[in-house]
Design a protein around this ligand. Structure first.
Ligand code: ZN
Length: 247
């Protein structure tokens, strides 16, 4: 089974469509680790697209805020204002779709997906110490997480946790991790719609479980077109600017 692993699309249809075009023909099942909406200008179009490709999807904190399950009180003012805008834009059927999304961890054909940490969907996993609990407790050897918008992750062998970083080599769109049988992995495919590791290109992963290979992709998309739609929608300036920097 080859999975397309998407996370943190954040209502950025241009980035999502660039990722889907690049990944076409390389996967059988799509999973989405949450935050389909929030920040970006295309909440309905992105939800429509993940429904179209039948992605197995769990909820993220911005999905909860966008559909009104959560009041976004703990969001910063910029994120809260985008969440309120998102609530106003979403069609009723897409609001309902977001409301019924399951909470991670969810097991899907041999992998586990979570939005934040394995034990808490809203918790950020940035460092090896934060990854340890999830690596020990996840029900499967390979777990995908999002929320941090940082492509990479962690491996554990004999209770030793190592941070993993991926950068496609020159002339290639992806870097490949070959997984080992005696190891556990907590892996972040990166953010499709709002990367925060200094590389503005859309991030996602393709996991080929039969061949023990996981590809970490980066694909350029038309950032300016998204920024223009955000300006027209009146979304906050800092959210518009950060897309160009991948921060
Ligand atoms: Zn996010």
């Amino acid at each position: 089974m080859r999975f397309l692993v998407l996370s943190d699309i954040h209502a950025n249809l241009t980035a999502l469509d660039a990722a889907l075009a690049a990944a076409q023909g390389h996967w059988e099942k799509a999973v989405c680790l949450g935050d389909a909406v929030g920040y970006g200008p295309d909440p309905n179009e992105v939800v429509d697209r993940i429904r179209e490709i039948s992605a197995v999807t769990i909820r993220g904190n911005h999905d909860k805020a966008g559909c009104g399950i959560d009041n976004a009180d703990d969001f910063n003012p910029v994120a809260r204002s985008a969440a309120i805008w998102t609530q106003q834009q979403l069609r009723p059927d897409n609001t309902e779709y977001l409301k019924q999304l399951p909470t991670g961890p969810l097991q899907v054909d041999g992998i586990t997906i979570v939005h934040g940490a394995v034990a808490d969907e809203d918790e950020y996993v940035f460092a090896p110490a934060q990854a340890l609990e999830g690596l020990l407790e996840s029900p499967s050897p390979i777990t995908f997480f999002g929320h941090t918008h940082i492509q990479g992750g962690f491996s554990m062998r004999a209770n030793r946790v190592e941070a993993l970083h991926f950068k496609p080599p020159a002339g290639k769109d992806f870097a490949t991790l070959t997984t080992e049988k005696d190891a556990q992995y907590l892996l972040n495919p990166g953010s499709v719609g709002q990367p925060r590791d200094g590389d503005p290109r859309a991030g996602f992963a393709i996991a080929d479980l039969d061949h023990n290979e996981i590809e970490f992709w980066r694909i350029a998309y038309d950032v300016t077109a998204v920024q223009q739609r955000m300006a027209i929608a009146g979304l906050p300036e800092p959210l518009i600017l950060r897309l160009a920097f991948g921060r």
